[in-house]
Structure formats: C-alpha cells, structure tokens
Design a protein around this ligand. Sequence first.
Ligand SMILES: Nc1ncnc2c1ncn2[C@@H]1O[C@H](COP(=O)(O)OP(=O)(O)O)[C@@H](O)[C@H]1O
Ligand SMILES: [Mg+2]
Length: 240
Amino acid sequence: MTLLSIENISVRYGKLTALRRASITVNEGETLFVTGPNGAGKSTLLKAIAGVVTPREGFIRFNGAHIAGKAPEDIARMGFSMVPEGREVFGGLTIEENLRLGTGMRADKDQAARDLEQVYAVFPMLKDRKDAQAGVLSGGQQQMLVIGRALMASPKLIAIDEPSLGLAPKVTDDVYATLLKLRDSRGLTLLIVEQSATRAGLTGGRMVLMRAGQVALEGDARQLVKGDALRQAYFGYGDH
Ligand SMILES: Nc1ncnc2c1ncn2[C@@H]1O[C@H](COP(=O)(O)OP(=O)(O)O)[C@@H](O)[C@H]1O
Ligand SMILES: [Mg+2]
C-alpha cells in the first residue's frame, strides 16, 4: 500500500529551482533511500513533506490525506516524523528533556510517558544516561537520541536526512541495525536520505537517485549499486 505519494512537486528558493516536478512514492513498511549528489534537492524534498517549505505546484498525499501546504505540527500529528540533517540535539538539556521535546502537541501525559518507556526499551543507553546533558554524547549516541526523539510522536513514517554524516562506519552500522529493527518490530516506514548510494546497497530496499531537483533513476538498491546506470545518472553522463 502506498503510504506517501509525492506528485510533481516543485520548490523554489527565490530564483533557484530546488525541486522540479519531482515524483516519489513510499510504500508502507518499506525502506526507501533517496540518494544523489550535493544540491540535488534531497533535503528540500524532506522539508516539503514535513511542511517546512511549501511546494509551488504538485500534490503530497500521506496516509490518504493531502498535506502540501499544511503546518509542520499538523503533518507531524498525522504520523510523519523528520530527523533533520545535522542532528539537532540541545546540548544544555538532559537526554530525557531532549526526548520530551519530541512529544510535540500531544496533550496526554500518560501516552507521553508510555512513549518515553518505549524509546528507552529501544535505546537502553539513553535510559541509563537520561539525566546527563545531551551535549556529552558522542555523534553516534546523538544520532540515536534524535531518532528516539522522532519516535516519541509514534510516527508511521520516519524520514532521516543523512544519518551517517560524520559517523564512523561501525557506528553507522549500529544506527542502521536499530532502524531496521524498528521498521520490522513496529511496522515503521523508513525514508532515508544519504548522499552516497553505498549504504543503500549494503542495507537493501528501494532506491531513488535525485539529480538537479528530479528523480533520475529508481530501482532495487542492491541491483542499482552493482550496475553502471547509477554512476552514469549520479554524474549526469549521457545527458548532453
Ligand atoms: N534555504 C535555502 N535558500 C536558498 N537556496 C537553498 C536553500 N536550501 C537549499 N537551497 C539550494 O537548493 C538546492 C537543493 O538543496 P538541498 O535540497 O539542500 O540539496 P541536497 O540535500 O540534495 O544537497 C541547492 O542548490 C541549494 O543550494
Ligand atoms: Mg541535504
């Protein structure tokens, strides 16, 4: 079943066109990787879904509802959680305070407490250190914290912008193992942006390659990283 459907959306920043009638669908329970060179429009795509930027044309449907133009908090409440690029951890707040920020507009305190316990069950390391300042965590631990925070709203889909950025490969392995476990145990859908296709090839799933604000190539991640088409599309060979 299609959970998220992006149809021909365009986004501009002033005169610069960051997305040019881009179309992508994400199926329930799958892992979709969005890869592509710097400036391709990957982060803008996530921001458009999250409601942080508004497309000038096109449709975005999430879980049956039209969401383009809606406010970020409304979209979050419908089950879309985004982990932005650069892991925004509030270093001066404790780990638990950081997690509680992910509860958002949810009024029900009991539900928030249950969500917190669930996140601690996934990340015991965060529970052990819940009163420590988040600023003392390593990069990998901070990535786990922001994923935990995104889980606090009990999303259907988590979109993560470049989770491996700045992390050692071994730490990235741990982050991905956790994401896949969450996907399988909770029926979460994953939309993961990574500049390089390497991780998509290792993890498997479906992959979309973006270039110049459009989808240049789409297919099975493991198959695509083996072939030449990916490299050609990534660097734009054969276009001119
Ligand atoms: N806030 C902004 N203002 C102006 N231009 C932007 C802004 N954010 C991104 N861009 C531009 O939009 C294009 C797409 O950027 P982005 O979506 O961040 O790409 P990616 O995540 O694939 O590197 C780039 O040319 C970038 O410079
Ligand atoms: Mg980006």
